[in-house]
Structure formats: structure tokens, C-alpha cells
Design a protein around this ligand. Structure first.
Ligand code: NAD
Length: 429
């Protein structure tokens, strides 16, 4: 099928390259000319396992192209995906200005029946809003359907998630659109959840809010574990065996981050508020998350005392492993807080250091974990990249000024480290 994907960020690029991989002809459109020119040369600006290969394969086979020309892309396509950003506005609601702008652009180029697919995370009612914008801006009347098809991929495993999703949600009442979308996704083996647009839009927000709640819940439990001498990892394991609970998203740490959870929780609170419901539970989830970042800072203070002049070695900057994305990364906000209290920072991240230079500015960036430890008063593990789990801790001990480790992700062997003479501090253990 001929497909256009508008907005070539994490979601758009993976969607475009993924659909090309399963046999469709895809043109990806973005307003960022530099990004498009690089992508046409096979140069990808984001770190995402497997994405380079997928994009290069698509370019090589001619099934994937990149363009800044929205008109041409819409004319050439039967199905057009909207994958632009929906950041928080100043009140915490979803800012739909990019979605609206794209909808207008699509409307001007519609020349026959098309399906417009909202893949961006958008509040309930946006399917109808996009429909209205298209109706109002089409120069000549043509049939079209706007549908909701939220995306659930996770950065760090986005390609795998797109090609092997847990489910595909399609929100529309149009049988014609259901038929074509089923055909589009036929090569991808996953349960199809076909529902109305409002429910599809809610499924995305409810899923992200639930996952954020799970993380905040185990973080709250970890604070009690810290106080009573229980180990939250053991608690989470024991809970996770219960199939009603499961093991996923029960990891205590510095709290959730990334571009989606915070903005989607805030947007859902606003949606609730707009409909007369005070979503107190979700407000609490956000509060617990913010407190968790403060908790890591207070743990550093407990271990080092006054932070003025103290040297901190930080392992990890991205909001989670296998990505270079720093948006709302707990590591970044914790390091900012530590720096504001007078500590100097030395950091290493396998993928996110270039991005960090724009965000964190003038800290010292080094090229491996051992250099991070060298001369530092403490080593803080902030992002659980695999390579940090297998470090030579005898060597780390000899490089640190004091053998102090704060494992903000609970991913190190605390008893082995303590036996080696480290002061080990985790979260809730
Ligand atoms: P992003 O910021 O990485 O990418 C958005 C892209 O849209 C940018 O390249 C930008 O240049 C482009 N853009 C903006 N205005 C445009 C226009 N008028 N025409 C063409 N391109 C335009 O965003 P993202 O992380 O890919 O997220 C996109 C949407 O998907 C959001 O609603 C987000 O909530 C949702 N989502 C994100 C993830 C994730 O893990 N990142 C997962 C699921 C859903």
C-alpha cells in the first residue's frame, strides 16, 4: 500500500521504516530539512537499536523515501499517518498545534479517498477535531476517514515493539477504513483491538498512566522498605509471581522519565478536570515521582555531607538504557540539583553524551565508566545500561577517592560490593 508518515521523530521514523519493512511503499515527511537530507543519505539522528539497518534497507530497496513535500506525499498515498509531537502546553494539557497544522496541510492535498491516521498521542475528541479541520480546509470535497491508531512502542526497543506489538488499536466506525487498516497491518502478527475513536484515544492515556502508577507504587513501597529494613527487589519479585500483578514496571529507582509519561499523565489529569473529575490518584503518582528524584539527591547528601566541592561520578544520562533520549530524564534533573548544591560532575553515557552537552552544558564528559570513577567521591548509577552491570569493581574501588556507590537503579550486587568494602546505597534495600 502507498503510505505517508508525517513527523519523522522516534515514532514516525520507526513507523515508516517498519511499514516499509513489511512490504509497503512509504514516504516520510518532516519540516526539518536537515533531518530529511540526512535521512536520504541514510544518516539517522537518533540512537535506536536496529533502526539504522531498517532505514538503510528501505532506502536501498526504494520502499522508503524521505521528503519535505507534504503535498506530494499526500497525493501519492492512500493512508497518511500523523506522528508529530504533542507536548504539554503551559497548563499541562496536550498542545495540538502541530497536529492541527499537519491536518490543514493534508486537507489541501486530498484528491481522492484517503485514511488519515492519528498515531500521535492525543486527547479524546481529536479524531473528530482533525476530521473538522480537513472538512473545512479541503479545496474540493472528497471522501476520507480520520481514525485513531495510538502507538505503544518503547524507546530502546522501538523496532522490535513496532514489528511485534502486544496489540494494534484501531479506533473508527468506518468499515472501509477498518478493511484497509487490517490489510495494512496484516503482515504484523498481533491482536487487533478495533474500537471507537474515543476509546482508542483513552486506551493510550490509560495505558501510560497505569504504567506510571505501577512505577510510582513500587517507589512508594521502596521508601517504606528503606525504613523497615526490607528489600524492595525481593518484594517486587514476590509480588510479580502473582499473574494479576506481573514483574514488569515494578523496579524501584529514581522515578520514571522520558517524553511520554509525564506529559500524558498531565494531559489525562486535564482531560479529567475538563470533564468534572478530579484525578487525585494520578496527581499522587506524579508527586511520588518528583519526590523520588529528590530522594536520590538526599541520599547523596547523606553519604557525602555538604556537597560543596564534592566530585560526583555519574553513570548514565539517558532516561533509560538503549536510547540517547534525554527528555525528562531523571539523571539530568538529579545532576542539575547536585550541581546547584556545589558538587562538580563527571559523567559517562554510552549514547547520550552529545545530546547531554546541549542540555546539561559544562560538566566533564568522559569516555568510559572507569574515568567517571577516577578521583570521584561517589559513583552514582543513574541509568541501567547493561555495560554498567559488569564493571570491574575492584578497579572502580582503586580509582574512587572513597569507595561509595549509590545504585539508583538497584542493578548491582549489593552484597558483593559490601563484601569488597564499598559503602553501598540502593533504593529501598
Ligand atoms: P518527536 O519530537 O521525536 O518527533 C516529532 C517530529 O515531528 C519532529 O521530527 C518534528 O520536526 C516533526 N514535525 C513537527 N511539526 C511538523 C509538521 N508540521 N510537519 C511535519 N513534521 C513536523 O516526537 P515522538 O517522540 O516521535 O512522538 C510523536 C508522538 O507519538 C507524540 O504524540 C508522542 O506522545 C507519541 N508517542 C511517542 C512515543 C515515544 O516513545 N517517543 C511512544 C508512543 C507514542
Amino acid at each position: 500500500m502507498d503510505v505517508a508518515v508525517v513527523g519523522v521523530g522516534y515514532v514516525g521514523l520507526v513507523t515508516g521504516a517498519g511499514l516499509a519493512r513489511v512490504g509497503h511503499k512509504v514516504v516520510c515527511v518532516d519540516v526539518d530539512e536537515g533531518k530529511i537530507s540526512n535521512l536520504n543519505k541514510g544518516l539517522i539522528s537518533i540512537f535506536e537499536p536496529g533502526l539504522d539497518e531498517l532505514v538503510r534497507a528501505g532506502l536501498g530497496e526504494g520502499s522508503l523515501t524521505f521528503s519535505t513535500d507534504l503535498n506530494e506525499a499526500v497525493e501519492a498515498s492512500d493512508i497518511i499517518f500523523i506522528c508529530v509531537g504533542t507536548p504539554s502546553d503551559e497548563n499541562g494539557a496536550a498542545d495540538l498545534s502541530f497536529v492541527k497544522e499537519v491536518a490543514k496541510g493534508i486537507a489541501r492535498a486530498i484528491d481522492r479517498y484517503k485514511i488519515i491516521v492519528n498515531k500521535s498521542t492525543v486527547p479524546v475528541g481529536t479524531t473528530r477535531l482533525v476530521e473538522r479541520i480537513i472538512e473545512e480546509n479541503m479545496p474540493h470535497p472528497h471522501e476520507f476517514d480520520v481514525i485513531s491508531n495510538p502507538e505503544f512502542l518503547r524507546e530502546g526497543s522501538a523496532v522490535e515493539d513496532f514489528l511485534n506489538p502486544d496489540r494494534i488499536v484501531i479506533g473508527t466506525s468506518s468499515q472501509r477504513a477498518i478493511g484497509l487498516m487490517t490489510e495494512l497491518y496484516r503482515p504484523i502478527k498481533a491482536p487487533l483491538a478495533i474500537t471507537d475513536p474515543a476509546s482508542a484515544e483513552m486506551i493510550k492515556y490509560a495505558s501510560n498512566a497505569f504504567l506510571a502508577t505501577k512505577v510510582s507504587f513500587i517507589n512508594a513501597i521502596s521508601n517504606i522498605c528503606d525504613a523497615v529494613g526490607a528489600d524492595v527487589k525481593e518484594v517486587a519479585l514476590g509480588m510479580g509471581y502473582d499473574r494479576r500483578i506481573g514483574f514488569e514496571f515494578l523496579k524501584a529507582g529514581p522515578g520514571w522519565g522520558g517524553s511520554c509519561f509525564g506529559k500524558d499523565c498531565r494531559a489525562l489529569i486535564k482531560i479529567a478536570e475538563g470533564n468534572g473529575y478530579d484525578f487525585e490518584l494520578l496527581k499522587g503518582v506524579i508527586e511520588v515521582n518528583e519526590a523520588q528524584r529528590e530522594l536520590i539527591v538526599s541520599k547523596v547528601k547523606k553519604l557525602l555531607g555538604d556537597l560543596k566541592g564534592k566530585r560526583i561520578g555519574a553513570l548514565g544520562l539517558s532516561f533509560k538504557p538503549n536510547t540517547d533520549d534525554l527528555r525528562d530524564s531523571p539523571a539530568i534533573s538529579i545532576l542539575r540539583k547536585l550541581r546547584s548544591k556545589g558538587a562538580s560532575i563527571k559523567a559517562y553515557d554510552p549514547a547520550a553524551m552529545e545530546n547531554a552537552k546541549d542540555v546539561l552544558g559544562d560538566i566533564e564528559y568522559v569516555s568510559d565508566a572507569y574515568q567517571t570513577a577516577e578521583g570521584s567521591d561517589i559513583l552514582i548509577l543513574l541509568t541501567e545500561w547493561d555495560e554498567f552491570k559488569w564493571l570491574d569493581f575492584q578497579k572502580i574501588k582503586s580509582l574512587l577517592r572513597k569507595p561509595v556507590v549509590l545504585d539508583a537503579r538497584n542493578c548491582l550486587d549489593h552484597s558483593a560490593l559490601r563484601k569488597m568494602g564499598f559503602t553501598y546505597e540502593g533504593v529501598g534495600r
